[in-house]
Design a protein around this ligand. Structure first.
Ligand SMILES: [Zn+2]
Ligand SMILES: [Zn+2]
Length: 336
């Protein structure tokens, strides 16, 4: 009872091929058009007679030639072969759908209906490789195991004919029932969610990529401009160049080392106060006596790099910093 109910519901949502005779079988049955051969719409609207093939119902081996006069004197009536899925061909190899259709074609049938041999209500979609399918010139459709069984039993028991119509109208294009309103809404929301997620990811990814490229270009440009910063020979104004004697007391010289980075401005002012009597326009003048990066004192005569803000650093200390930040590590003035 439940199966009948399910089948009835399934039929409501599926179009099908139509049986017009006998009355007890009359109705619409679901079927699926094959993925090879001509389409069903190439068939004429004339009624057709459905019959089993001989010598067996699988049609894997050579099918007996169709004797049209056994079914009708009207030569315009087409005869359609009813074949069951499965079995093996004459070589003992499982036969394909195209084997069955080609055998029926050679025997003189104008179309083929293939019944599934498993799955009850399930309809199998028929495929064929290109090499075989190009030889097929007649249309074919597949039906469920249950539909096939009903037709097969009728033909065997009554030995009467079944009249069918095969038209495009009967093709099952969607095996699933139509979506309800809520399912449609859910589907639309899911699509919107996916769309906005993809858009957001695209924008964020683009911004990230732009930032990376920008950073790379900036660093490359800074690296190219490193050469423009002059190297000078460090000259401590508080050391007598002839005797190398320190003029100021040691504790005064150590002021620069005691600078706390968080108290940078006070430190700069303190260092600069040591140099208040020095010519600040001279080419070797720097505000500091200590490299602000490695915190090592400069040696007298040592080659250091002097930034436009007149802060000096070891070249090996400041080059990497400048490429990365482009600013003076002490006063944060932009260098380039
Ligand atoms: Zn240094
Ligand atoms: Zn500076």
């Amino acid at each position: 009872m439940i199966k009948v109910l399910i089948f009835s519901i399934f039929l409501r949502f599926c179009t099908a091929f139509r049986i017009t005779f006998p009355p007890e079988l009359t109705g619409i049955y679901p079927h699926v058009d094959a993925h090879f051969g001509p389409r069903l719409d190439s068939l004429s609207d004339t009624q057709k007679i459905l019959t089993l093939v001989q010598p067996d119902r699988f049609g894997c081996k050579q099918i007996n030639k169709l004797n049209h006069s056994l079914f009708s004197n009207d030569t315009n009536i087409e005869i359609v072969a009813l074949i069951l899925r499965g079995s093996k061909n004459a070589n003992g190899i499982p036969c394909t759908f195209s084997d069955k259709i080609l055998n029926a074609q050679k025997a003189g049938f104008t179309a083929v209906v293939v019944g599934n041999n498993i799955g009850g209500y399930w309809i199998h979609t028929m495929f064929a490789d290109n090499k075989e399918s190009v030889k097929i010139t007649i249309p074919s459709v597949s039906i469920s195991q249950n539909t096939y069984s009903g037709l097969f039993e009728y033909l065997i028991k009554t030995n009467k004919t079944i009249k069918v119509e095969l038209t495009e109208e009967g093709v099952v294009t969607n095996k699933h029932p139509k979506m309800s309103f809520y399912e449609k809404m859910l589907y639309i929301m899911l699509l919107l969610f996916l769309f906005f997620s993809a858009t957001t990811m695209f924008i964020l990814g683009g911004r990230l990529l732009y930032k990376k490229v920008r950073t790379f270009c900036d660093r490359r440009n800074r690296a190219l401009r490193l050469q423009s910063i002059p190297l000078i020979q460090y000259n401590n104004p508080n050391i007598d160049s002839d005797t190398n004697d320190t003029i100021v007391e040691n504790e005064e010289m150590d002021v620069g080392l005691d600078i706390c980075l968080d108290d940078r401005s006070d430190g700069i002012a303190e260092i600069q106060s040591k140099h208040k009597n020095i010519d600040k326009n001279s080419n070797d003048f720097v505000h500091n006596d200590t490299c602000g990066i490695c915190l090592e004192d400069f040696s007298q005569g040592e080659i250091i790099k002097r930034l436009p803000c007149k802060h000096g650093f070891h070249q090996e200390c400041v080059d990497g910093w400048l490429v990365k930040a482009g600013k003076c590590p002490i006063c944060v003035q932009t260098v380039f």
